[in-house]
Ligand binder design. Structure first.
Ligand code: SF4
Length: 357
């Protein structure tokens, strides 16, 4: 039985593991589940070039282990290369999360890599051209994504493919598995939908459906996969993994990163609003007026989000709270309380079981 110890008792009180900077909200796509509700043109109050350079220096000082430049579509930001050079030049690992548009296919990947981009993440939310293009709202996006993936790999970039787990995409999982064997990314990330932006409650998978997905991923991991599978906003997969290892059905994972919204994760919007994550849309202040490092380290909400014992509901007494703790963003969107129990977890913690259960 799992005893509640963490494999990696990481301390994220000084610096995040991963910081997402939404450099713009401009994007040519209109995806059904877009967190950012992206628009065709940059917002008039987007951070200016001078503000972006200043922020790049502050982020370098905070020094997250990974910086992800996201959007909207980061490629729509004219000074993107300057941002990459400034942050990578300060020793940060920089990843790019672009939209698969004709603009992406015109990108000079050699230039991006030389500027300091080390990895690229692309979204595939349909396993066929028909389902993916319907999801993205623009024809040919599926083909462009596959082509961009090929070119990024050719340029020596690390490739991550992100897939949203929703009611409709879960049905396509076997097709996705075959597709990943074709693309061969370094990482396949399964993102459990959070009902923010354009994403709706109706599209949410059930807790039971997620358990079935976790079991399938555990099976896949036993088969010498040529890529890593991780989850985003699906922290309870770590519980499934550790329970299986504790039952002797799989080797214990060597490395689990116990991050969640606000705990090792931080987000800065296109206008400089600081949030615990892109999906936990609570403003902690704006970098135009407030200090980034002080906000990350000292804001009372950030300190509480990092405290596993501050969790409410069953997450608060769960033996997996230090390694999991559930999605704070989903709890907030579905209950109004960011410390409430993860709504899409059906696990009964040991502390809550009656002698007969
Ligand atoms: S009850 Fe909460 S902490 Fe425990 S496994 Fe489920 S989501 Fe994770």
């Amino acid at each position: 039985m799992y005893n509640g110890s963490t494999l990696n008792p990481a301390d994220y009180s000084e610096r995040p593991f991963i910081l997402f900077w939404e450099v713009t909200r401009a994007c040519a796509l209109a995806c059904r589940h877009c967190r950012a509700e992206a628009q065709k043109k940059p917002a008039p109050d987007e951070l200016t070039h001078a503000e972006a350079m200043k922020l790049a220096d502050q982020i370098a000082q905070l020094h997250p282990q990974m910086l992800v430049l996201t959007g909207g579509d980061p490629m729509m930001r004219e000074d993107l290369l300057d941002i990459v050079r400034r942050t990578a030049g300060s020793g940060l690992r920089v990843a790019l999360s672009p939209a698969a548009t004709p603009l992406l296919l015109r990108t000079n990947w050699e230039e991006m890599r030389t500027a300091g981009v080390s990895s690229l993440s692309l979204s595939l939310d349909g396993a066929t051209a028909e389902t993916h293009d319907r999801f993205r709202g623009v024809p040919h996006t599926f083909d462009r994504t596959l082509e961009a993936a090929r070119r990024a790999k050719e340029a020596g970039l690390m490739l991550q493919v992100n897939t949203t787990l929703s009611r409709s995409t879960i049905r396509e999982l076997p097709l996705f598995e075959a597709l990943m064997q074709r693309i061969l990314p370094d990482v396949w990330s399964l993102f459990v939908l959070v009902p923010t932006g354009r994403a709706t409650m109706e599209e949410l998978p059930t807790a039971e459906q997620l358990e079935t997905v976790w079991q399938r991923v555990l099976e896949l991991r036993k088969g010498n996969l040529p890529f890593v599978i991780k989850t985003t906003e699906g922290h309870h997969f770590r519980r499934a993994l550790l329970r299986e290892a504790a039952e002797g059905k799989a080797p214990a994972p060597r490395h689990l990163i116990p991050t969640r919204d606000g705990k090792g994760v931080f987000f800065i919007s296109h206008t400089g609003e600081m949030q615990p994550s892109g999906f936990l849309q609570i403003s902690l202040g704006n970098v135009r007026h407030a200090d980034l490092i002080k906000t990350y380290r000292e804001h009372p909400i950030m300190q509480k989000l990092r405290d596993d014992d501050a969790l409410g509901g069953k997450c608060g007494c769960c033996e997996f709270r230090h390694i999991c703790g559930g999605s704070r963003a989903r709890a907030y969107e579905m209950t109004g309380d960011m410390f409430a129990a993860e709504p899409l977890c059906c696990y009964a913690p040991i502390a809550m079981r009656t002698p007969s259960s």
